[in-house]
Design a protein around this ligand. Structure first.
Ligand code: SAH
Ligand code: SF4
Ligand code: F3S
Length: 492
């Protein structure tokens, strides 16, 4: 780029931009690099960034992609919300996720008053809701950049737009306009953009985006769009590159990994994808999330049972144990079918850990319905479970349902459920005391420098004596003591 970037040549920048992705984004990364370098020269220091992720593993992976771009254009990471660039990658699955973001924005606004050069950006699921963007425009006008889930691949381009807008507003001595770009959906999947991983030895890998299930309580299909699977070749290539870069464990990510492959030619399903990933040399462990019970096939169970690399862990969201409520939730399975799946899993893989998600207080849930859920919990004996109080999401069918359950009753049931889950989880964890099992060492222990911390195949945490040379390796560890949710061990 010969010209320095000014208002007069903004049109020129756009004119020169390649149409094709990802080339277009690399072009904008070059421009952003130049803009950042100009700012650094003026300030006489590096520019810093801070990214905070709300929500699920999909968002965590998206944040790694955003960081990849920020690092490429010259920002340096730091841990402070007073950085030059602050980005919240938001979640809207429950109301409290939204409230958290609004609360934090208030604080950011006060930082920005003192440091007007700060660039504040918001992205992620919450931004896909029109009422959120309206509120931002009204109450949080200091936000510089807002984009959604479908155009996250355009981050470099949007960043350039926000940086240029800041420069131009500075010249006009006006507040920069909020750059807002939200799409309704996309069928596009852009590959090969930079990624900055959080962990050296493990990584999430998207295998599909979006969701078609429309569970009646859930907002995800509205904010993440229709289900689309990545080409298996792209997935394999990504994992091969990760393995060449020291990764030994991958977590395959999708809202419903069991329906992977729909719409792809040649045809492929999730078990077949797993078989291909299993063959990648150097890869040691494969995890995946999330499995919808309605699509969990016998073929998948068989592949898991035969595999040497797939971890012995299945996260199988139950949501409710009442067949009546499951129907109202649009889950497409009933209590008996769910229990049968668990039986099949345990028959094929006896030491499998099973975890789940449960919602308490779905509209119309009676005490009898709740007791059905409790019954499933006692029968399955989950290794752990996430429990959620039903949260009304506007735009979903459940939000329109009558008989929203009174708060006090929900709270009472929630506490009963939590107690039961914790008691079973502790008993189950104790059953492994004394066992000798492989552990992937992930990091030094945060409190005690003589210990390292790693995970079992079933995802439980183990702390044991060791040094940094073990990080990224899999070693056999004897679980000498169970501490409820984690183990203390020693090298076997
Ligand atoms: N695709 C995954 C889950 C994504 S959301 C699946 O189908 O299992 C993660 C969890 O949030 C869900 O499993 C559900 O238990 C919970 N959840 C989703 N919407 C909710 C709502 N409106 N209120 C409370 N919990 C909700
Ligand atoms: Fe939401 Fe259901 Fe899709 Fe999971 S499967 S993301 S709970 S709609
Ligand atoms: Fe939240 Fe979006 Fe994940 S709503 S749970 S961050 S898909």
């Amino acid at each position: 780029m010969e010209k320095s970037i000014t208002k007069t040549n903004r049109a020129w920048i756009e004119e020169q931009a390649p149409e094709m992705e990802p080339q277009r984004q690399f072009y904008y990364m070059d421009i952003a690099k130049q803009l950042i370098a100009e700012r650094e020269a003026k300030l006489g220091r590096k520019l810093t960034y801070y990214v905070e992720t709300f929500g699920c593993q999909m968002n965590a992976r998206d944040s790694e992609k955003l960081r990849g771009i920020l690092e490429t254009v010259g920002y340096v990471s730091n841990d402070s919300e007073t950085s030059d660039f602050v980005l919240y990658n938001t979640c809207t699955v429950r109301e409290n996720a939204n409230n958290k973001v609004y609360g934090r924005l208030g604080t950011l606004g006060s930082y920005k008053k003192k440091q007007p050069q700060m660039l504040i950006a918001l992205c992620g699921c919450m931004m896909q809701e029109a009422h959120v963007v309206e509120r931002l425009k009204k109450d949080f006008r200091f936000v510089n950049l807002v984009f959604g889930t479908h155009n996250i691949f355009k981050f470099a381009e949007l960043l350039v737009a926000a940086l240029l807008e800041m420069d131009e507003a500075g010249k006009r001595e006006k507040r920069p306009k909020m750059v807002v770009d939200i799409w309704d959906g996309t069928s596009e999947i852009v590959e090969d953009l930079p990624i900055q991983r959080k962990y050296r030895f493990k990584s999430g890998v998207n295998i599909m985006f979006g969701c078609n299930n429309f569970c009646s309580y859930c907002i995800v299909p509205y904010v993440r769009g229709r289900e689309r699977s990545r080409d298996p070749e792209d997935i394999i290539r990504e994992i091969q590159r990760l393995v060449a870069d020291d990764v030994v464990e991958v977590m395959l990510l999708g809202q419903n990994v069991n329906s992977y492959g729909k719409g792809l030619t040649p045809e492929i399903n999730f078990p077949e994808l797993l078989r291909r990933i299993e063959n990648i040399e150097g890869l040691e462990r494969i995890r995946f999330m999330t499995s919808h019970p309605k699509d969990l096939s016998d073929e998948l169970i068989a592949v898991m049972a035969q595999s040497k690399k797939i971890c012995k862990h299945m996260h199988l969201p139950l949501q409710s144990g009442s067949s009546r409520i499951l129907k109202a939730m649009n889950r497409h399975y009933d209590k008996e079918q769910y229990l049968l799946l668990v039986e099949k899993l345990r028959a094929a893989i006896p030491d499998i850990a099973i975890t789940t998600d449960i919602i308490v207080g779905f509209p119309g849930e009676t005490k009898e319905d709740f007791l059905e859920t409790l019954d499933v919990v006692k029968k399955v004996r989950y290794d752990s479970a996430f429990t959620f109080i039903y949260s009304k999401r506007s735009g979903t069918p459940a939000a329109e349902m009558e008989n929203q359950v009174p708060e006090a009753e929900v709270k009472e049931n929630f506490d009963i459920l939590l107690k039961e889950i914790q008691s079973i989880a502790t008993q189950k964890a104790n059953e492994l005391e004394g066992a000798c099992l492989p552990v992937l060492v992930e990091q030094m222990n945060e409190q005690d420098a003589s210990l390292v911390t790693g995970r079992l195949s079933n995802n439980a945490t183990v702390h044991f004596p060791g040094d940094a040379s073990l990080i990224g390796t899999i070693v056999d560890v004897k679980l000498t003591e169970c501490k409820g949710f984690y183990y203390i061990g020693s090298r076997a």
